[in-house]
Structures are given as structure tokens and as C-alpha cells.
Design a protein around this ligand. Structure first.
Ligand code: FES
Ligand code: MG
Length: 585
């Protein structure tokens, strides 16, 4: 009977791995495995091929997603890595989201992609999963889904696009998209030149070439310890990127063998490192929302006040657009994240475990010495002395708001002005360019109803355009405030993520034309200079009708989406909060 016990316990282990993983038995496990093997053999596999760790590869290639246009090559290289390490690679599709082809917004669909990712990881037999993502919402969606699924997971970034050239000037999506469109609006370039530059802005497949949300999330993924070392920076079409893919596949097999599950990587220390990196790279404000969502999936909460304190002690070191000059391929040539980590080392939690099974500190050590370059500044000569992002609060944003100060006009960061209010995105479109719009450069543009529920899906409409008549007069920046988001590739003195949003009755809903608004980044203040009594009276007169939907995903979205500080995740997808706030304050 000792033999039988041993036999049973071996069975128990085997039942959890390889093709046996997640077997639905309906009472006859043997038959279920028999059936499963019959079908996979229909694809031409031998028993030998099947008897090993199964590595799922989430394939997000799509004709609608040029940011993932290298997915076929990446999958081939991941498979090679998996096979070389003795595993069985199994790629499978999930939905894919591209920023420009996802209506009403990509953010609206991020949680859907996270659910798809989570459930396909759960549903199919796999001992580890390689997540291939790159475009803005895909990496957060995959990390959210994998965090909830709980198995060993490793992120593979698709990589940035190459830069192009227009009349001798280097260009890349999409900070330069905005700049050239701004020139066109201001009448500085004609339709022909606009068409010409359109051919150059996206010079290859891959993600946006500046420090937008995609690049930010790539750096965050590496900072979280979720990629192999050097996984963030290689451009999509380089051999470095393909080698990273092969290494990722091989690493996934070892993670499966070691049962290196994602909860061991996504710890408070990892999120602290991610926040430091976000601040030091002048990263996208969207990164905060995504980090809050990922943290929420493992029972953690991002403490916004702690983020602000960290920001005061974290200089911006990366000289990339939109805060600086260079592009992602320059960051890669300058040494990528290893070089950044080396400079940031005194501020990092070196004990954080990574997918390599080693700590971040050990990885920094083994990366070796740096070399002279001008993209990643030394910590004593930063491009910007404080973190790129400041957290604001005040009676206009009791639950906080944020501003990317590294991309703002220093002259406007202490400013008081008259509110020019747009009730929603449509109102903005209808009136922003009218010749008789009552607006001066000193005014504060306010846009309501573009928050998580308002639009819905919290569009990147927070980058309110300069009114046409002011743009033509040469005005480049104004103070702008909304409950929406802004593209990581945008710049300006723009207050975002005002929480609670106006669609659920936040104070932003009560702002009227002509009210005075005060922004003080120094004091971390965003205030509506209207008395409390007056605001209460306005709220009473202003009947709140929260947005609803009759059916489908939109109904689910509107009923369960959380505010920006909770990551705009669905409430039922968050894990119970078990470990308190991060970073530790
Ligand atoms: Fe995909 Fe910018 S549109 S990364
Ligand atoms: Mg973007």
C-alpha cells in the first residue's frame, strides 16, 4: 500500500502539469486526457512532444494592430526558446487592442482584454504563459489578467517602432504627430506637407517611439521584474528583440519547473520600483492608472500621496520625448533599463524578485558597468529635478488629480484664471474653434464628462486643443483641466484624472464659465475659488443622471467600473485588499 500511496502522490503532481493541467473530468479523468491527447495529436504531435511543461504564448497579432506587427517573428523565437529549454510551446489568440482602432476608446476595452487573457490562461492547459504585448493597453491588460490567473507568467514586449525622417528632421509617433498637426492647425504647413509627414511618422511596425504609454509600460514591466533583463527597450524590428523573445521562451520553461508564480514577482517592492521608474523616465500619466489596476489584482493599492512624496525625491533621468529630446531606439543604444537601474539604484528596492528567479539587485550587478552616452542622465545631473508627475488635490479634486509637470510650461504651473467650460467632448468639438469663443490665453479650459463613466472609457481627450484663434496667434500652452486622461505622447500644462469624475457628481460637474480656478503645482493644489455654500446649491440644482446602458459589455462597464485612483478596473475583478497600500509610507 506504500507503493500505492507513492503512485497516487506522483499522479497528483502530474495532474497539475503539462497537458493534464486543468483537466475537466466529469468523473472520468483518464478519458478526458485520452480525448485531449487525441485532439492535439490531430495537429501531428507525438507522445514524446506532449510529455513536458506546456508554455502558453498569448498571441495578440492582428491586422488592426501594427504595434504588434512583429508578432509572427516573436512567436517563432519564443517557441524556439521553449523547445530548446525542453518545453512544449502552445500559442493561442486573445483579443488585441490598438490605440487608433478601438472605439469608443482603447481604455474601454482594456478590462475586456484582461478578462480574455485571464480566462484563456485558466481554461487551457499551461504551466507558464508568455504574454506578447506592446501597444498601450495590451501590456496592462495582460499583466492584470495574468496576475488574476496566478500561474508563472512572463511579459514579452513587442518593441518600439523605428523613427522616420521628414525633410531632414527626425520624426516618430506620436509626439511629432501632435506637433505637425499643431503646425497644420496654426497654418504653418499646408495639406501637402501634412500628407508627406504622415508617411514618415510611423517608420516600421512596433509601438510609439517616444516615452508614451507603450514605452512607459514596457519600462514598468521590466521594473516590476516581469521581463527578462533588457526586455523593455529593443525596437520591434531588431535582432536584439528577437533574442529577447527566445530568452523569454526559455525562461518561461524554467519558471514552470520552479513554479515561480506571478504573486512572487508582483510584490509591494516591485510596485515601488515600478513607481520610481515611472517617475524617473518622465513616463505617461496613464502608467499610474494601469499600475493601480495591476496592483488591485494582487490585493494592493497605490497610495497617491506616497507617489507624490516619491515624486519629490525622484529626478527625471531619461531624455526622451515628450519631456526631452530622444526616442526609444536611442534609449536602447544607451543601455536601456540596465543603465537606468544603475543610476536609480540608491532609490530602488533591490530585494525584489524578478522572473529570472534572481533579485533586481543581482540583475543590476550582473549587467556590468555603463558607458558614456547622453540619453540617460546621471542622478546628479537630471533632466528635471523632481519626478515627472505631481499629485494634486483641493476642492475641485477631493480624490486627487495629477499633472505631468515635466511636460508642462513652467510659467503656468502657478496660475489663476477664469474657467472656460465645455460640458462634454461633443460640446468641445462644437465650440473650441469658434471665432467668437470668449477665451484668452490666461483662461483655464475645463472639460467635463470624460472620466471612466462619463465618455465612457476615460478617453485621452484631456489633451484639450488650444482654441484655434489662440493657436493662430501663437499660443502654445494653456492650463487645461478634465476628468479624462491624456496620451503619454502629449505635452502641456494639463490637469488630468480629476477624481471623482463629473459624471458621478464630482465637484468638476459644478464648474461654470467665469469661475476662478487656481493651480499651484508647488502647493499640489487645484482649487475652484467658489464658496462651499454656492457649490452645495449648484449641486442641488444640477440633477445628476449617471450614464447607463441597456445591455452588453457597456452595461457591465458602467455598472462596475471604478474611478482613476482604483485603476478604472471593474470592481469585481479586483482582489480583496490584503496587503495594504504600496509603497509603504
Ligand atoms: Fe500602439 Fe502608440 S499606437 S503604441
Ligand atoms: Mg498612447
Amino acid at each position: 500500500s506504500t507503493d500505492q500511496t507513492k503512485h497516487h502522490s506522483e499522479d497528483a503532481v502530474l495532474n497539475e502539469t503539462g497537458l493534464r493541467k486543468g483537466l475537466t473530468s466529469y468523473g472520468d479523468q483518464g478519458f478526458s486526457l485520452f480525448l485531449r491527447k487525441a485532439f492535439i495529436k490531430g495537429a501531428g504531435y507525438t507522445d514524446t512532444a506532449l510529455d513536458r511543461p506546456v508554455i502558453g504564448i498569448a498571441n495578440t497579432g492582428s491586422s488592426y494592430n501594427p504595434c504588434h506587427g512583429n508578432a509572427p517573428q516573436l512567436i517563432e523565437a519564443v517557441k524556439r526558446g521553449v523547445l530548446l529549454a525542453g518545453g512544449l510551446p502552445m500559442d493561442f489568440p486573445t483579443i488585441s487592442i490598438h490605440e487608433s482602432f478601438a472605439a469608443p476608446t482603447s481604455m474601454y476595452l482594456r478590462n475586456l482584454m484582461s478578462m480574455d487573457t485571464e480566462e484563456m490562461i485558466r481554461a487551457q492547459p499551461m504551466d507558464a504563459v508568455v504574454l506578447i504585448g506592446g501597444c498601450d493597453k495590451t501590456v496592462p491588460a495582460q499583466l492584470m489578467g495574468a496576475a488574476s490567473a496566478g500561474i508563472p507568467a512572463i511579459q514579452l514586449i513587442t518593441g518600439s517602432m523605428l523613427t522616420g525622417s521628414h525633410r531632414g528632421e527626425r520624426v516618430g509617433a506620436c509626439t511629432d504627430c501632435r506637433r505637425y498637426w499643431g503646425k497644420f492647425r496654426a497654418g504653418e504647413i499646408d495639406a501637402q506637407e501634412t500628407a508627406n509627414v504622415n508617411n514618415q511618422l510611423v517608420a516600421s511596425v512596433g509601438t510609439c517611439s517616444v516615452m508614451g504609454t507603450a514605452s512607459t509600460m514596457a519600462c514598468i514591466a521590466e521594473a516590476l521584474g516581469m521581463t527578462v533583463p533588457g526586455g523593455a527597450s529593443p525596437p520591434a524590428v531588431t535582432s536584439d528583440r528577437i533574442r529577447i523573445a527566445e530568452a523569454t521562451g526559455a525562461r518561461a520553461v524554467q519558471m514552470a519547473r520552479d513554479r515561480l508564480t506571478i504573486d512572487k514577482i508582483l510584490t509591494p517592492a516591485a510596485f515601488e520600483n515600478a513607481m520610481r521608474v515611472l517617475l524617473s523616465i518622465g513616463g505617461s500619466t496613464n502608467g499610474i492608472v494601469h499600475l493601480a489596476a495591476i496592483a488591485g489584482r494582487v490585493g494592493l493599492e497605490i497610495d497617491m500621496q506616497a507617489l507624490d512624496r516619491m515624486g519629490r525625491g525622484t529626478p527625471v533621468l531619461l531624455d526622451l520625448k515628450p519631456s526631452g529630446q530622444h526616442y526609444m531606439e536611442d534609449f536602447h543604444k544607451a543601455g536601456g533599463m540596465a543603465a537606468l537601474f544603475r543610476e536609480l539604484k540608491p532609490l530602488l528596492r533591490l530585494d525584489a524578485l524578478t522572473v529570472t528567479g534572481r533579485t533586481l539587485g543581482q540583475e543590476i550587478e550582473s549587467a556590468g558597468p555603463g558607458f558614456a552616452q547622453d540619453v540617460i542622465r546621471p542622478i546628479d545631473n537630471p533632466i528635471y529635478p523632481q519626478g515627472g508627475i505631481a499629485v494634486l488635490s483641493g476642492n475641485l479634486a477631493p480624490g486627487c488629480a495629477i499633472i505631468k509637470q515635466s511636460a508642462a510650461d513652467p510659467k503656468l504651473m502657478e496660475h489663476e484664471g477664469r474657467a472656460v467650460v465645455f460640458e462634454n467632448a461633443e460640446d468641445l468639438v462644437n465650440r473650441i474653434d469658434l471665432d467668437d469663443l470668449d477665451v484668452t490665453p490666461e483662461d483655464v479650459l475645463v472639460l467635463k464628462n470624460i472620466g471612466p463613466k462619463g465618455a465612457p472609457g476615460m478617453p485621452e481627450a484631456g489633451y484639450i486643443p488650444i482654441p484655434l484663434k489662440l493657436a493662430r496667434a501663437g499660443v502654445k500652452d494653456m492650463v487645461r483641466i478634465s476628468d479624462g486622461r491624456m496620451s503619454g505622447t502629449a505635452f502641456g500644462t494639463i490637469v488630468l484624472h480629476v477624481t471623482p469624475e463629473s459624471a458621478v457628481g464630482g465637484p468638476l460637474a459644478q464648474v461654470r464659465n467665469g469661475d476662478r480656478i487656481r493651480l499651484s503645482v508647488r502647493n499640489r493644489e487645484i482649487s475652484l475659488l467658489v464658496s462651499d455654500e454656492e457649490l452645495v446649491q449648484r449641486a442641488r440644482a444640477n440633477v445628476l443622471i449617471e450614464p447607463t446602458a441597456e445591455r452588453g459589455y457597456r452595461k457591465l462597464f458602467l455598472q462596475t467600473v471604478t474611478q482613476a485612483d482604483k485603476g478604472v478596473d471593474f470592481d469585481f475583478l479586483r482582489a480583496p485588499q490584503i496587503t495594504g497600500k504600496t509603497p509603504r509610507s
